[in-house]
Design a protein around this ligand. Sequence first.
Ligand code: LIP
Length: 268
Amino acid sequence: MSSSNAALLEIARTIALEAGALAAQRRAEGVEVVDRKSSPVDVVTAADRETEALIRARLLELRPDDGFFGEESGAERGTSGLTWIVDPIDGTVNFLYGIPHYAVSIAVVEGEPGPLTWTALAGCVVNPALGEVYSASTGGGAFLGDRRLEVAPAVDLSQALINTGFAYSAEERARQGAVVAGLLPRVRDIRRMGTASLDLCGVASGRANAYFERTLSPWDHAAGALIAREAGATVKGLADAAPSRDFIIAAAPGLAAVLERQLVALGV
Ligand code: LIP
C-alpha cells in the first residue's frame, strides 16, 4: 500500500465513521423526507443532506485542494488531481424504513472524476447499524475491520447467490424485473438488499457470489467497486468497459464471464 494511499484511506475511514455515527443518530431520532429527485420514490432525507455536509466540511479541513463529487450537493473541482466521491447514505429507502442495511460510502479517485476515466485510490464503506467497516486501497487489499477479504471461489451459476438492485424509474424497473425473472430459475437465489455499496462489499466478503446492476450513480459504486476488486473479484461493465451507469458486475473471475453472458442473453 503506498503511503499516500494509506493516508487517504485513513481520512476516508475516519470521516466515514463520523458520518455513520451522525446518520445512525438521525435514524434513531426519526427520519424526515425533504425532497424527491428522479421519481416519487427517489427520496432525499434531511439526514442525507446533513451527513454529506459533515463529510464535505471535514474533507475541506483535511484535503482543501481536492475535488468533491457528492450525491446531494454536486461536484466541485479541486487543484490536486484527486476527487472524493461520496454517497452520504447509500440505501436511502432502507434508512427511511429503519432497515439496518445502509452505508456511508467515501472513495478518493485520481484523474477526471467519472467512472469511465477515474482511477480509484482508496475507499471506505461503513454500515453504522451493524458497525461494519469495509475498506481498501489500490494494491493494499480489502478489509472488513482488520480481516483481509478474499472473494469466494467461482461456483457454477446454478449454485450462485446473486445480489442485484433496481432503478427508481418504473419503466426501467419493468425491464430489470424481466431480466431477474429469467435469471432466477438459473441460479441458487437472488437478493435485493437495497444498497449497492454493501452489495459490492458482499461479493468482497463472500456473502454473495456475484452482484450486477444497471443505472447506478457514480457514488453508489466508487468505493464498493475498489473493495470488491482488491478482494480479487472481477469488477467491470459490459464487454471490456469500466463499471458505469450502463452496467456493473462483480464476481469471482470465472463466474463473472458466465453471468455476464447469461445476463446479455436475457437482455440486461
Ligand atoms: C440505491 C442503490 C441501490 C439501488 C437503489 C438506489 P441510494 O442508492 O444503492 O443499489 O438498487 O435503487 O439507487 O438511492 O439509496 O443512494
